[in-house]
Design a protein around this ligand. Structure first.
Ligand SMILES: [Zn+2]
Length: 307
């Protein structure tokens, strides 16, 4: 077995809800089952969306659930120098360019297309390789990406995307100077030597973009497993927007037991009265991604949970 390093990378835009706990548990168990280490990274790239105290709240919740991480916590907010260096090297290699298109211009362009909701960036500023005097974003060019970019996802199977027609030149640094999630995640995964990524299926669609970035930056591509999304009884994804409840830390064992069952494992009933560490130990020994695949077969990408 290769040296397994996994991670859980929440963004501190609110407390953990059951869906994010499930991702934490799955990535933890997959790492520990494979004798790997499990890192926690705070994806705090977007200050306007963050809630004061959320990062500490997430960390204390993980601790209460017995999800103890290895090593130091990494904060993306402290790593801007690394992201900037990568942006500059992509610019130097003409793999990225300065884009001064306004939102209005892009919207007008889209509305003229056959499929307005699905029209990639028209390439207007592709030749702009010196910084303009007006505010700009920085986009990565997909010009040369004629072959579809494919990943072999452990849970979702082979997933391919044609970056030119499906995505278009995408932003790696925004006009408001914030770095794009794809860029930061790829750099940190490389820097932290992450070998396996277990995360929510909502990120599957952006994985080919990240793989493309990895190739341009000369990084290895980690193994991916995208978990089915968790929905409530109304079929809505559990998220802050659908008012998913923050998970309590008063009944960790019961919630953790439910998380294992939701992931397709069959924890013994009596285990829910044990401390979280004991439940996680059982989960580590019993872990199998095949269990999740069986769950997903019931409803291809959704797990329903009453919380
Ligand atoms: Zn442009």
């Amino acid at each position: 077995m290769l040296n397994y390093i996994g991670r859980f990378a929440p963004s501190p835009s609110g407390p953990l809800h059951f869906g994010s706990l499930l991702t934490a548990v799955a990535s933890y168990l997959d790492a520990k089952h494979n004798d790997g280490s499990w890192l926690v990274r705070m994806d705090d790239l977007d200050p306007p969306r963050e809630i004061p105290g959320a990062a500490d709240n997430i960390l204390s919740t993980l601790d209460a659930y017995g999800l103890h991480w290895d090593g130091e916590i990494t904060y993306q907010s402290q790593r801007h120098d690394l992201y900037e260096a990568a942006v500059q090297s992509l610019l130097t290699n003409n793999q990225a360019f300065y884009c001064t298109c306004s939102r209005k211009q892009l919207a007008e362009y889209s509305s003229q297309q056959d499929q307005p909701t699905h029209s990639p960036y028209p390439g207007t500023c592709r030749e702009q390789h010196t910084p303009p005097n007006i505010p700009f974003s920085i986009r990565l060019t997909t010009e040369g990406a004629h072959q579809p970019v494919c990943i072999n996802d452990k849970l979702q199977g082979r997933f391919c995307q044609n970056l030119i027609t499906d995505v278009g030149d995408f932003i790696i640094k925004r006009k408001d100077l914030l770095y794009a999630y794809h860029l930061a995640a790829v750099i940190d995964d490389h820097w932290q030597k992450i070998s396996h990524i277990v995360r929510g299926i909502d990120l599957l669609d952006s994985t080919p973009r990240q793989t493309h970035l990895q190739q341009l930056l000369g990084y290895n591509t980690p193994h991916y497993a995208h978990l089915p999304v968790v929905v409530n009884e109304q079929g809505q994804k559990l998220s802050k927007q659908t008012f998913a409840k923050a998970i309590e830390t008063t009944q960790c064992s019961r919630v953790l037991w439910t998380a294992l069952s939701t992931l397709g494992l069959k924890p013994p009933t009596l285990l829910q009265h044990e401390p979280p560490e004991a439940i996680l130990k059982w989960g580590t020994l019993s872990w199998s991604t095949k269990a999740i695949i069986n769950v997903t077969r019931i409803n291809s990408t959704q797990i329903t949970i009453d919380v």
